[in-house]
Design a protein around this ligand. Structure first.
Ligand code: DGJ
Length: 720
């Protein structure tokens, strides 16, 4: 049984895969989180606070206990998991266990994206209700432990059981105490064009926080935080990781207390959140996914990848090989005609490319980025046959047709703004801050959500599109709404995200066969919330092959390769002016949902031939890159080499990708050791050389990398 109660220890043991998570209810009926780590047997963990030294000190015992849902006002002083202001005006909360239930499978979370099961025996769930009857507050904590991987999904429903409103000022989806302080912190930081590079540093003293208050998960930090032991590597050692399935502002922290224990937590950002909870109403936090691995970061990533690829992403395209696309953005920007578009599409089709994507600039009078967002009507000066005409011609070529939209935005210079000047997020009497000359629609309002649903569905219907790139190109400012009372204005950011999810739910379920790709100035909203609706996300606007090594390496810490858009673009690269070979650009983009973003009509005959061969190679290997087991082998942050590999689910094939960034003179070739092969089996590379699994893993293999910015992809077939 994956979840068991011990009458002796007063513990619940939640176990799956190689992981256990143990909760304890003490004599005062407080809920304690007493263990998270390597799988242990049902009775293995006890918790006896009397054994804990130091209770005769200035500190109240309550401050040092491993509270599962820490709250304020009774002697605990860290980041609260629930912070509620009661009708008396104070925020003292004291929670006691009321009841609990265990069931097979997993429930959905109303209005929010979450991991799911297809069969009930894939996971077991535990719901435990804690309450403060003095203020009429209940918290229903839900834990789902996935049977095979031990991934633990957590969320919390806060219910007002009293007769007067409560105000939630903070809600963390998970808050976990880890004994001791011998940890390092790992997170993914970045900016536009430099998304998700891996940061690792000692936990030190005090509180370390990462957050977004931009209204989206953001380029700067990803809603992911891990603690690991100092000796943990990609391949071995313990990692404790949290990732929030949420696309808005978040807050995550790692803190060392004065008893030298560490606490990590993740949830909504209290700086930009509050929620009025009327009597009988409830509020659900986003889901946090907790992953423990004692197989290093690759072990952690393998669990996230499997769960997110198969039980977070959904729909027709979830398990299908993704089409190779050509996108016209870097080829033409706003400057195109129908004939130019068709010329690019025809060339692409001749080279084996399967999907044409019409990016920004096809609507309103949008010839640059300062107008027309909201006016989703085709520009017939550019596309005289309309979207349906263009789509038909692309379909007639035998290609799929895709479109770009930025549905959450409104340009001040648009018919939509002229008709509804109050439909944007704004503060009355203050000028609205423009970014990229645009404002954000107030998607906390149902009528504005309805407009967006109608507009997107109309465009998809009219264009008969097979693919939609859903862009979102600015941070929130003046995040207030004309539609809700003054005292609830701090709800707007979260209400906006709930609005986005309602819209996505409606659009995606109306067009179940369409392939949706999320985007936000590249990878500014690369999170599990988006992945629930759209199985792929544009990883970064930076298409330079060398920059992409770090961006894709960091993104792969949490998110599966099948979620990352990766395109071959022109050189000199438009973002950093670097010149790399077509081979290197292709080999990097192969590790993602592969595509092109350049004017193929300008390619020479030799380049066209090379592209044709590249397309053939991608088609041959994409089942491996999109559905195989991925492992990182060498980190590009060192500035010299990068390497990673894929193994098919059945172990019969492997793909090794190695990259040289900068050459060093008088050095032997780069030797890399593969992982997860069978050391008793032999593997044959495509040139006919046979290697033992032991050699590939323990001795390593030298790959031919000549000069700066070079790459090598080797395919192996298991023999016998
Ligand atoms: C930002 C995206 O990341 C780009 O790929 C492109 O679609 C532009 N927006 C278009 O405005």
């Amino acid at each position: 049984m994956p979840i068991t109660w011990s009458n002796t220890n007063h513990t619940w043991n939640l176990s799956g895969g190689n992981v256990s998570y143990v909760l304890h209810v003490n004599a005062a009926r407080q809920l304690m989180g007493v263990y998270w780590g390597k799988r242990v047997h049902d009775q293995a963990i006890t918790f006896v606070p009397e054994d804990y030294p130091g209770f005769a000190s200035f500190d109240l015992p309550v401050g040092w206990l491993p509270h599962e849902v820490p709250t304020l006002g009774t002697g605990w002083y860290g980041t609260p998991a629930i912070d509620v202001v009661n009708p008396q005006g104070d925020h003292v909360v004291s929670l006691q266990v009321k009841d609990s239930t265990i069931f097979s499978g997993k429930k959905t979370i109303e209005g929010l994206p979450a991991t799911y099961v297809e069969e009930e025996d894939e996971a077991t769930s535990f719901e435990i209700t804690v309450e403060d009857s003095a203020i009429g507050l209940q918290g229903v904590l839900t834990y789902t432990i996935f049977e095979q991987t031990g991934a633990l999904a957590r969320s919390m429903r806060i219910i007002n059981t009293g007769s007067e409103p409560l105000v939630i000022r903070g809600a963390q989806s998970a808050s976990v105490l880890l004994w001791g302080n011998d940890y390092q912190i790992v997170h993914l930081k970045g900016s536009w064009a430099r998304e998700r590079s891996v940061v690792r540093k000692p936990i030190g003293e005090g509180t370390y926080s990462i957050f977004s208050q931009r209204g989206s998960s953001g380029h700067e930090e990803n809603p992911f935080l891990a603690l690991c032991h100092p000796s943990t590597t990609e391949h071995q050692g313990e990692v404790y990781a949290m990732n929030l399935i949420y696309s808005g502002s978040f807050y995550a922290s790692a803190a060392v207390d004065n008893a030298n224990n560490s606490r990590m937590s993740i949830g909504l950002n209290p700086q930009v959140f509050s929620w009025k909870l009327e009597p009988s109403a409830s509020f659900c936090t986003p889901e946090a996914v907790l992953v423990f691995s004692d197989q290093g970061f690759n072990g952690m990533s393998a669990i996230y990848h499997k769960l997110y690829r198969t039980r977070l992403a959904r729909g027709y395209w979830r398990d299908r090989e993704r089409p190779i696309l050509i996108n016209n953005w870097e080829a033409t920007y706003f400057d195109f005609t129908q004939e130019k578009i068709l010329e690019i599409a025809r060339t692409a089709h001749d080279l084996g490319i399967e999907l044409f994507v019409m990016d920004d600039g096809w609507f309103g009078k949008r010839n640059c980025d300062n107008c027309s967002l909201g006016d989703w009507v085709v520009n017939r000066e550019k596309l005289p046959d309309g979207l349906d005409g263009l789509s038909k011609r692309i379909h007639d070529l035998g290609m799929l047709f895709g479109l770009w939209m930025e549905p959450e935005m409104i340009s001040p210079d648009s018919d939509l703004f002229r008709a509804h000047p109050d439909w944007c997020l704004h503060v009355k009497g203050r000028p609205s801050t423009l970014e990229r000359s645009q404002l954000i629609l107030d998607l906390s309002r149902a009528e504005v959500q309805d407009y967006v649903i109608e507009a997107v569905c109309r465009v998809l219907r009219e264009s008969n599109a097979d693919y939609l790139k859903w862009d979102m190109n600015r941070n929130m400012t003046e995040y207030f709404s004309a539609d809700i009372p003054v005292e609830q204005q701090m709800e707007v950011q979260h209400r906006y995200i709930l609005g986005v999810y309602r819209i996505l739910d409606a659009v995606v379920s109306t067009f179940p066969d369409v392939l949706f790709e999320a985007c936000s100035g590249g990878g500014g909203r690369f999170d599990g919330g988006m992945l629930y609706y759209m199985p792929q996300i544009w990883t970064s606007d930076n298409t330079d092959a060398v920059s992409r090594l770090s961006i894709q390496y960091g993104t792969s810490m949490v998110y599966p390769i099948s979620s990352m858009g990766a395109h071959v673009s022109a050189v000199p690269n438009h973002q950093c002016e670097r010149v790399t070979s077509l081979k290197m650009r292709g080999d990097v983009a192969l590790s993602g949902n592969f595509g092109f973003e350049l004017d193929l009509t300008k390619a020479s005959a030799d380049e066209r031939e090379e592209i044709k061969q590249l397309v053939i190679m991608v088609k041959r290997h994409r089942h491996l890159t999109q559905q195989g087991v991925f492992s990182r082998l060498a980190n590009p942050e060192g500035g010299k080499y990068a390497a990673w590999q894929y193994i098919s689910q059945d172990g019969s094939e492997a793909l090794l990708c190695t990259f040289k960034i900068l050459s060093v003179p008088n050095m032997p070739p780069f030797r890399v050791r593969m992982t997860n092969l069978d050391d008793m089996a032999d593997y044959e590379s495509d040139d006919g050389t046979v290697y033992s699994g032991a050699q590939l893993m323990y001795q390593g293999i030298s790959t031919h990398l000549a000069g700066d910015f070079s790459s090598c992809v080797m395919h192996f077939t298991r023999k016998g």
